[in-house]
Design a protein around this ligand. Sequence first.
Ligand SMILES: Cc1ncc(COP(=O)(O)O)c(C=O)c1O
Length: 430
Amino acid sequence: MTQQKNPKRQRLIAMDHQYVAPAGRVSKFDLVVDHGLGAKIWDVDGNAYIDFLASASAVNVGHGNAKVVAAIHQQTDKLIHYISGYFYHGPAIKLAKRLALLAPGKTPKKVSFSTSGSEAAEAVVKFARSYTKRSVILTFQNSWHGTTLGAASLSAIDGNMHRDIGPLIPDIHHLPFPDPNKRFPGESITDFSSRYLKDFTDLFEHDIPADQVAAILIEPIQGDAGIIMPPNSYMQGLYQLCHENGILFCTDEINQGFGRSGKLWSIDHFNLEPDLMAVGKSLASGMPLSAIIGKAPIMDTLASPANATTTAANPICCAAALATIDELEALHLTERSDELGKFSKTQFLNLQKDFPVIKQVRMVGLNGGIEFEESQTKLVTDLCNYCFEHGLIIISTMDHILRFQPPLVITKDELTQGINIIREGLLKLT
Ligand SMILES: Cc1ncc(COP(=O)(O)O)c(C=O)c1O
């Protein structure tokens, strides 16, 4: 079905261009969202779309989830907010316990709340520096940890995130991410992992002594880079390197957590226990809530009020998060993500057979990077626009990769319909 009606959309977008600063937008196409249900959204003109983006992996349990909506209503009637830094409230305490118990590993954990993923990533810097009394934080090229000043300093995916805002926060360095596509011909996975791990030992030897490094922060599956998963041998080596050198092993689960990758946490693919872990996005179904979850002795070192903000742990957001986690468990969405990810992978691989311009199909859970030849950025943009005009929301990342992250409640039928729209677009455009 071609989307045709759009008068309201055009009026609102013209107003946006007049009053909203461009820095807060990564423009894709002219969608003005009105409401959503499950894996579908509707625009202000009544056009319906299947959602292959889930608000950037922020609504894993689906749009308008009835249990989450009811929890928000109930809490709104009781209390909209009271600063959690000064006093206590039940939803925050219950949620902290739930998250501490859900985090990987057996070491007792504690939680500190904030509102955006960016702040949670920044909290990694603060807690790690405070605990280790060291300053250097190592992260990775092509990582996205957010856009507040500290989080932008941690990120290294788009130069515009750093342009003209410096100096960035000091002592943050980015190393190459072990993208398995960068293996040399004939290179074994073990050799590949050793080659990328050597970047650290070289750095420690020639530039920054290991005993100056507080933390290594990694997305166990890089999201915005196009769903890139490092080899297990690399992750094990990185973990070992951290622990041999007193460096905290920290993970960013903001994009990949809460079942997105077919495991509850993306680090679960490697059976490792992070010292600190940042969560956000789907934690509260897109309500402004994020958290850092960490080993208790580390979480106890940062002095009060170094991570207190007025609206952190808002009770409505915490109630939404508790209901979100209930739904994730009751609907077995992590298992569903794994199963439907496999189903979708088969369909995308069939598409690849018919359209060799697709270079690679990566899928870990309902979480895919459909990579085209690097020269095909125009085709990928045109394809996303075609999908939008025909009732499917899918965007590109890195300009030549389709980012596939639907709500985990999506049905097989909706997946098939959506992938058929992509097929029709490719037929038309290639
Ligand atoms: C892996 C990762 N970390 C951190 C963030 C930042 O989260 P927020 O946009 O809520 O500040 C994002 C956002 O896309 C992300 O994907």
